[in-house]
Design a protein around this ligand. Structure first.
Ligand SMILES: [Zn+2]
Length: 257
């Protein structure tokens, strides 16, 4: 079995017994990989502490049948501030969850690695609006995996959608104007401000989105919608949806994850 080098970001890590750590990684060239790092607690272990969620690394992996083995890991960006700041951690964890659930093992969509790398950098620097950054990230991930949302024109009549009464068809991947029907599944109401914000974000890079500021009510509404949109296409629930939205709504957390 071969040994290979990749740039990677740790999505998830858990210790196995005393000595080993299992990690999920998104790599720049080979998509999602699961790997084991052995001998963590042994004196002289070179990289145990480096394999934490959010860490961006150069890794050397030895290919295995079920799990690869990490043989080398060098930090490019530790992103430690994302683990030390409760809010950033919450939003960052949600980004990692979206990526992990977007890919099958060994499936590779190279731009997913890039969008995560850029977004984690923006998150660490401190975006003006965390909810907006996460919402934009979700929309862009959906677009990259093949579910680009059609937001400018009505799916049915093709007219530009403006004003009140627009609905986003979660399964159809686009909007219906107030006078059209034809939904293929559940829809959510999309206010004019939210719709125009979502259209605007699709054309902007993450660094520009990190500098945007809108009314908290609007970014909260948009994030609620993008969570539902993302879940609809992943055909899976996102554990982080309730946690992040409750946090924004000021509700206490009853169930630690
Ligand atoms: Zn229409």
């Amino acid at each position: 079995m071969a040994t290979y080098k990749e740039e990677a970001i740790v999505l998830h890590a858990h210790d196995l017994g005393e000595a080993d750590r299992i990690v999920s990684l998104i790599t720049s060239g080979r998509g999602l990989r699961r790997a084991v790092a052995k001998g963590l607690k042994r004196t002289g272990s070179k990289f145990g502490a480096r394999l934490e969620p959010f860490t961006h690394l150069h890794v050397v992996l030895h290919e295995g049948r079920n799990l690869d083995t990490v043989t080398q890991a060098d930090i490019i960006a530790s992103h430690a501030p994302l683990r030390d700041d409760f809010e950033k951690f919450l939003f960052g964890e949600s980004m990692l969850e979206v990526i992990e659930k977007s890919l099958q093992e060994n499936q590779n969509i190279p731009r997913l690695f890039e969008i995560l790398r850029v977004t984690l950098d923006a998150l660490e620097k401190g975006p003006r609006d965390l909810a907006l950054l996460l919402a934009a990230f979700q929309l862009k991930v959906c677009a990259l995996i093949g579910y680009h949302p059609h937001l400018e024109r009505c799916l049915h009549c093709q007219r530009e959608v403006k004003g009140e009464g627009a609905r986003l068809d979660l399964a159809g991947g686009g909007v219906f104007c107030s006078s059209c029907h034809g939904e293929t599944g559940p829809t959510v109401h999309l206010g004019p401000e939210s719709l125009s914000l979502m259209c605007g974000m699709m054309g902007k890079g993450m660094a520009a989105i990190a500098r945007m500021e809108v009314a908290p009510r609007i970014s909260r509404e948009v994030l609620g919608i993008t969570f539902l949109y993302t879940e609809s296409f992943l055909e899976r629930q996102l554990r982080s949806r309730r946690i992040v939205l409750d946090h924004l709504d000021g509700k206490p957390r009853n169930h630690p994850t």
